[in-house]
Each structure stands twice: as C-alpha cells, then as structure tokens.
Design a protein around this ligand. Structure first.
Ligand code: COA
Length: 430
C-alpha cells in the first residue's frame, strides 16, 4: 500500500488567513469560518484559492506488462514503446472501491493540511468509474470521512474531471461559498475495462488522488482555468451501456456494452492538439508566457501524447514536465493529483513556482489550470492533538453511519407520517 503522507504544507510562514474570519484555524495558519456560526464574507477583501493539502492512494496489487502478456496477445515492448506504461495498480478485492481509494487519498490530503474533516464545506469527486449511477461517490466519501458539514457531488468529465473539479473548487471559494473544498479524483477502471481487449486493457490503472483547496488572502493559488468540450466525439471513448440511453439488459452484458470502448488513434490526435492549445490558453489568462512555466503536470495517458503536445508543440523542456505514467498507467481523474503528490515528493515544486495542470478525456473534454504555488512544502511541527482528533472522527464516522442506517431501518417499519416515521425522528438523526 502506498500513501502520500509527508510534505505537509505550513502556511504559517506565509501568514495566510481567510478574509478576517477567526474561528476554526488550522495548523497551517489558514483560518476558516465555522459552519456552526457562519460569518458574512467581506466582498472587498482579497481572496485566493490555495492548494494546502494533497495525498494519494493506490491499491497494493500491481500488474506488469509481462503479466498482461499472459492475459492478452500483447508484448511488454509494444506497450512500453507505444504508451510508456510499464505497470499499473489494480484493486484486488471487492472491499476496495473508488470511494475507499478516494477516502484514503482525502485523509492524506487532510493530514498534510492539518485540517479536521468537519471544516470541509464541499467535496467534489471527479470519477469515470463511480460506485453507482446514483448516489454520488462523493457522498459515500463524505460519510466515510465524517465530513458532516460538507456538501458532496460527483463530477463527470472523464479524464479531464480533476481539472474541471479544481476549477469548480476555485469558483466556489472565490465566490465566498466555501472555505475548504476537497477535490478528489478516484478510479477503479479495472472494473470497467474489458480484459480481453488488448487495445484498452493495457492502458488503464486504479488509484485516487486528492487536494484540499482553501480560501486564503495570500496571492496566488489557482489563478486561471480553461475548460472545453466537443460532444461530437462522444462515441470515440465511451462505456455505452448502463445509462438511460442503453439501460442494462442481458444483451448489453453479453455484448460487452458495460466496458470501455475507444478509438485510440482518434483520441490520440485530439489529445495531442488540445493539450497544447489548452496550456497556451490558460497561460494567456494567467498573464504568463510558456517560458514562465516551472512545471507542467499533464494527464498521464500516453508518454507520446505528452511528447508530441507539451514538449514538441510548446517547446517546454523535458525536465519541466512531470511524468509517472510508467508506474500507474492511465488512472483517469486520479492521474494529475497522484502526479502532483509525486512531484512534491521528488522536490520538483517550490513556493513561487508556476504550474500548469492540463488534461483531456472522453466527452470529448479538455481543461487546464494555472497554479502559482504559494504554500511551503516542508513538514511542519507535528500537531498530534489534531491528528488524534481526525483519527477519532474517522472511527466515529463509521459507527455513526452504521447507527443511522440501523435507526432508519427501525423507522421504516412505521408509516412516514406516524409518530415513529415522521420528520421529527428523521431530524433527530442528524
Ligand atoms: N499489444 C500489441 N499490439 C497492439 C496492442 C497491444 N496492446 N494494441 C493494439 N495493437 C496493435 C493493433 O492491433 C495494430 O495492429 P495492426 O497494425 O496489425 O492492425 C497495431 O498494434 C497498431 O495499432 P494502433 O492503434 O495504430 O497503435 P497506436 O500507435 O495508435 O497506439 C494507442 C495505440 C491506444 C496506444 C494510442 O492510439 C493511444 O494512446 N491513443 C490514446 C488513448 C488514450 O489516451 N485514451 C485515454 C484518453 S483519456
């Protein structure tokens, strides 16, 4: 099991606070308004959306290219030279799901930020392999974290989802609607991949990455975003069945309609074009030139896409582009946050750096965010009492969830408007 646990941010040195709110301070000096007693936002105070926590989690089980040679007609050499991928992590048991991976990544991000889950206002889970069509994976993560003051929703923009979600988090924070937003990319793509289709099964992997975005008065953070879509390419990368257009049936199951279908060459062409364009556009919006970029963290799908777009078209040197897809394959929405964590671990990100996150995916969709990294990445003094409080909350969250389910089962025996089935009792649950 691999989990990003170190490199906490410590905003004390930069003195970040949230627009004059004093209740609910974390160890990073970022102060958030408490949900219990919300304070009015000062519309004239400067407000920025800073990434203050980050974490990832991947399943233990690894499938190498050589393992795949035993499953489908493929070769390690073909996969490495055409994609750059050498191995990928996949879930091994039914107890590992997109939500459980997302919960682990989110816990790691909260630990880095040293923030209690009750401070989180909103959880956005970008995912291409949600637990269910309904309810959202984000709500399951919210319950697992004990983030009792958070709203939660899933965001569906395929592999561009993390960049989309980051843009939503920024908007929500700049509008004054949230102080802390958890943005998670979580995937168990191995469950929707056709393990007999060599054109797709070699590409994808499972994992989750998360960042905590906080309101701050320190200039920088997520400074600009660009989002795009071209639905005329919807059929180029799709899981055709299981939605309202093609409901599940014996036929959809027997024809493999619930697996990923892809026109790889068309997606490759599209990706190469939009990665460069989106990067240029977001830099333009942020008032930066290509030369100002310190590190690009692209969606980790295929090293040739990255070479043909970011390196060749934008002429960004290799050392300014972070690539880790050889270890994880394409983890869709999780690829950029996992790469961010590893870039931090590798010492490639420092306060003052200009970063670009750029992604593309089914839809077709694409997106880019420009980030002025403003948070120290050095480990702060340990705040054991906050850590203890978080761990206790996680334990309590599981018990609370079980208790609420049990109580609901009891109430469900009574008519909804009766003394025992009515609203009063439901309210008592929360
Ligand atoms: N192992 C061995 N051979 C394979 C193979 C595999 N896993 N998959 C395909 N091939 C074969 C093809 O059948 C084809 O054989 P043929 O020439 O006899 O017909 C040959 O390799 C070339 O296939 P082609 O599809 O032209 O390869 P490519 O260089 O375009 O690479 C992809 C294929 C899928 C790696 C590449 O198109 C790609 O990465 N596309 C983007 C996919 C992507 O990123 N999707 C996610 C978006 S978020």
């Amino acid at each position: 099991m691999s989990e990003q646990q170190s490199q906490p941010s410590n905003m004390n040195t930069s003195g970040a606070t949230v627009n004059g709110h004093s209740n609910g301070s974390n160890g990073n000096g970022v102060q958030a308004v408490s949900q219990a007693s919300p304070q009015p936002i000062n519309p004239f105070a400067p407000r920025y959306a800073q990434i203050v926590g980050w974490g990832y989690h991947v399943p233990e089980k690894v499938i190498t290219n050589f393992d795949l040679e035993k499953i489908v007609d493929t070769q390690d050499e073909w996969i490495r030279t055409r994609t750059g991928i050498e191995e990928r992590h996949v879930v091994a048991s039914p107890s590992e799901t997109s939500a459980t991976l997302g919960i682990q990544a989110a816990k790691a991000a909260l630990e880095v930020a040293d923030i209690h889950p009750s401070k989180v206002d909103l959880i956005i889970c970008a995912t291409s392999s949600p637990e269910h069509i309904v309810p959202s994976t984000a709500s399951i993560i919210q319950d697992g974290l004990g983030a009792t003051n958070a709203g939660a929703f899933d965001l569906s923009a395929a592999c561009s989802g993390f960049v989309y979600a980051l843009s939503m988090a920024r908007g929500h924070i700049l509008a004054g609607d949230a102080e802390y937003v958890l943005v998670i990319g979580a995937e168990t793509l191995s469950r929707i991949v056709d393990w007999t289709d060599r054109a797709t099964c070699v590409l994808f992997g499972d994992g989750a990455g998360a960042v905590l975005v906080a309101a701050s008065d320190v200039p920088g953070g997520i400074t600009a975003s660009v989002l795009g879509s071209d639905g005329s390419g919807a059929d180029l990368l799709t899981v055709p069945a299981g939605g309202s257009a093609m409901p599940s049936s014996l036929e959809t199951v027997s024809s493999g309609g619930h697996y990923i279908k892809m026109d790889g060459t068309a997606v490759f062409r599209f990706a190469t074009r939009v990665m460069a364009e989106a990067t240029r556009q977001v830099l333009g919006k942020a008032g930066l030139r290509v030369e100002d970029v310190d590190l690009v963290i692209p969606h980790q799908a295929n090293v040739r896409i990255i070479q043909n777009s970011v390196l060749k078209q934008l002429k960004i040197p290799e050392e300014k582009v972070f690539v880790n897809l050889q270890k994880y394959g394409n983890t869709s929405t999780a690829s950029i946050p996992i790469a961010l964590c590893e870039a931090i671990e590798a010492g490639k990100i420092h306060p003052g750096n200009n970063l670009v996150f750029v992604g593309f995916g089914a839809g077709l969709t694409w997106g880019a965010c420009s980030i002025k990294w403003s948070v120290p990445v050095a480990k702060p003094n340990e705040t054991w009492w906050r850590n203890t409080a978080r761990q206790a909350t996680y334990q309590a969250a599981a018990a609370r969830s079980m208790w609420k389910r049990a109580i609901r089962r009891v109430y469900s025996q009574f008519p909804a408007e009766s003394r025992w089935g009515g609203r009063k009792e439901e309210n008592e649950l929360s």
